[in-house]
Design a protein around this ligand. Structure first.
Ligand code: BG6
Length: 488
C-alpha cells in the first residue's frame, strides 16, 4: 500500500470516535496500514495535538473490538497524529492545512498521496470538496481521494446536483462512497461463495430459485436522531442504499477473478433491469409501516409519534417491505422481497434464497411437508452461511427432516465493516463502494415511491413495536404463495 496522508474532517465527531479510529487501530495491529502513514485530524474545537491523541486513545479503549491490548500499541499508533482547527467555510484554514500536510510529508518522507475523509454532515460535502480544490490541496504530484458516507442526496434531483458539484473537484475514480453494508464481511463473501462453488453458481438463476428474501430488522427505535430520521424514514435511511446494495450483491453474476470495474458494470446492469414502479402502482408492491407502542425484548417502548423530536402528525415510515423484480435473463420471474424496520422483534440482517421444488419424488410426495431448500446468509447478529437440505431421519418411518450444513463455521474474529472499507479506500480498490451510476439508478428507482408516500397514495400501517411489522408485509408474500422465513 502506498504511503498516505489521511486527512480527517470531523475528527472530533461521533462517527470518528466510534468507528474510524477503532477501525484504523485494528488495521494498524494487523499491519494493514501503509508503512508510512500520517493522520491529520480537523475540527472546529480548539484541540491540541496532545488532546487529540488523548481523545483518539480514549475512543480506542472504548470502542475497539480488541480490548486489553498492550497500551503501548495505542501510544505508538497515535504518536504521529496531528490536529488542526478548521472552519469548513474558511479558505485561510485550508491554506494552513496545506502547509501542515506538506510539512508532515517532508518530515515523514511521504509522497503527496492524500485521502480526504469527510466524516461530516452531507451539507458540508460540497463546500469542503470545493475548498480542497481551490486551495490546491489536491493538485500535488500524487493521488487524491475523497471518502464520503451516505446520504448522497435526498432524492434523485438533489443527488444529481451534489454529484455534479463533487465532480468539479474529484473524478468518479477518486470518489469512494461508503455504504457500510458493503463492508460487512458476509456481503464481501457473497461473490466468492458463488465464484468458487460451481454448485451454487449453477443454481443462481430463475430455473432454480423460487424467491429471494432480504431482511434488515432492528430492535432500536429512532434513538436520538429524530431530527434526521423524521425527514428521511426507512426508505431513504436504509432502503434506497443498504437494501438495494444487498439486492445488487445477491443478484450479481460474476465470472472468476472479476475486477472492480466488472463489479461496477454488473451492478449497474442489475439496477437498469430492475422493473420500475409507476407512482400509482407503488401501493401494490410496497408496504409502508410505522411503529406503535409495544414491547421490545420485554421492555415497554413508546410509539414513533411519541418519540422526542418527531413532528406532530408525522407520516414517516419506520418500516418498508417491497417486492422487486429484475427483468433479465437470470432473474426474470423471481420475486425479491425486501424489508427493513425499526423496533422489530429482533435484530437480524439476513438473505434467504429459497430454491424451487424441482420435482416431486416419492420421497417428497410421501412427506408433502418436506421443507424448501434454503441458502441462508446471516449477517447480524451472527455471521454464518447455512444450506438447508432435507434428509431422511433415522426413525425408520421414512420421515424427511431439514438438515443444516454450516458453510461458515462461527468463531472466526471478523473485521468490522469500516476496517474493510478504510483498507480498500487506502488501497484504491473501489469494489465495495457505491458508484455513482448505482446511486443514481437507485434514486431513480425509489423516486416514484418517495412521491407516492409524499402524496399519501400508500397507506401507512401501524405495527406494534416488538413484532415483525404490519401483517400486510406477510400478505405481500402470501399472495405469491410464500412466507417470510424465520419469523418466529
Ligand atoms: C445506518 C442507518 O446507515 O444503518 C441507521 O442510518 C441504522 O438508522 C444502521 O440503524 C443499521 O446498521 P447495522 O450495521 O447495525 O445494520
Amino acid at each position: 500500500m502506498e504511503p498516505t496522508t489521511f486527512v480527517l474532517f470531523g475528527a472530533t465527531g461521533d462517527l470518528a470516535k466510534r468507528k474510524i479510529y477503532p477501525a484504523l487501530f485494528n488495521l494498524f495491529l494487523d499491519e494493514k496500514l501503509p508503512s508510512s502513514f500520517s493522520l491529520i485530524g480537523l475540527g472546529r474545537r480548539e484541540w491540541t495535538d496532545a488532546s487529540f491523541r488523548a481523545n483518539v486513545e480514549q475512543s480506542i479503549r472504548e470502542f475497539s473490538r480488541r480490548q486489553g491490548k498492550d497500551p503501548s500499541f495505542v501510544k505508538q499508533f497515535v504518536e504521529t497524529f496531528k490536529y488542526s482547527v478548521l472552519d469548513i467555510g474558511r479558505q485561510e484554514d485550508y491554506v494552513k492545512l496545506k502547509h501542515l500536510i506538506e510539512q508532515r510529508e517532508e518530515e515523514l518522507h511521504l509522497p503527496p498521496n492524500r485521502l480526504f475523509y469527510l466524516s461530516v454532515g452531507p451539507e458540508h460535502f460540497q463546500p469542503i470538496a470545493a475548498n480542497i480544490q481551490e486551495s490546491g490541496l489536491g493538485s500535488a504530484n500524487g493521488w487524491k481521494r475523497l471518502v464520503i458516507e451516505k446520504p448522497f442526496g435526498h432524492d434523485l434531483q438533489s443527488a444529481r446536483v451534489l454529484n455534479e458539484k463533487l465532480s468539479q473537484a474529484f473524478t468518479e475514480n477518486e470518489i469512494f462512497r461508503i455504504d457500510h453494508y458493503l463492508g460487512k464481511p458476509m456481503v464481501q463473501k457473497l461473490e466468492a461463495l458463488q465464484q468458487n462453488n460451481p454448485v451454487i453458481q449453477g443454481l443462481w438463476n430463475n430455473r432454480h430459485i423460487a424467491n429471494v428474501q432480504i431482511t434488515a430488522n432492528e430492535t432500536v427505535g429512532v434513538e436520538e436522531r429524530a431530527g434526521y430520521y423524521d425527514h428521511v424514514g426507512a426508505l431513504r435511511d436504509m432502503f434506497q442504499n443498504h437494501m438495494l446494495q444487498l439486492l445488487m450483491m445477491t443478484a450479481i453474476q460474476l465470472p472468476r477473478e472479476s475486477g472492480f470495474d466488472e463489479v461496477q458494470v454488473k451492478k449497474k446492469r442489475i439496477m437498469e433491469a430492475l422493473e420500475p414502479l409507476l407512482k400509482q402502482d407503488v401501493a401494490a408492491s410496497v408496504i409502508r409501516g410505522q411503529y406503535a407502542a409495544g414491547s421490545v425484548k420485554g421492555e415497554p417502548v413508546r410509539g414513533y409519534v411519541d418519540e422526542p423530536g418527531v413532528a406532530a402528525g408525522t407520516m414517516n415510515d419506520t418500516f418498508i417491505a417491497a417486492k422487486l423484480q429484475i427483468d433479465d435473463y437470470f432473474w426474470r420471474g423471481v420475486p425479491f422481497y425486501i424489508r427493513t424496520g425499526k423496533r422489530m422483534k429482533e435484530k437480524s440482517t439476513r438473505i434467504v434464497i429459497e430454491f424451487k421444488e424441482q420435482f416431486t419424488t416419492s420421497l417428497t410426495e410421501k412427506k408433502d411437508h418436506a421443507e424448501a431448500n434454503l441458502l441462508v446468509i446471516e449477517m447480524s447478529p451472527n455471521e454464518s452461511i447455512t444450506l438447508q437440505l432435507n434428509a431422511k431421519d433415522g426413525s425408520g418411518t421414512g420421515a424427511v427432516k431439514p438438515v443444516h450444513i454450516d458453510i461458515h463455521p462461527a468463531g472466526e474474529q471478523l473485521p468490522e465493516a469500516y476496517e474493510n472499507l478504510i483498507r480498500d479506500a487506502l488501497a484504491g480498490d473501489s469494489t465495495f463502494f457505491a458508484h455513482w451510476d448505482e446511486v443514481e439508478l437507485a434514486w431513480a428507482w425509489a423516486q416514484p415511491i418517495l412521491e407516492a408516500f409524499e402524496e399519501n397514495l400508500v397507506p401507512l400501517h401501524l405495527y406494534e413495536a416488538g413484532t415483525y411489522g404490519p401483517s400486510e408485509s406477510d400478505e405481500l408474500l402470501a399472495q405469491d404463495g410464500f412466507h417470510w422465513w424465520f419469523d418466529a
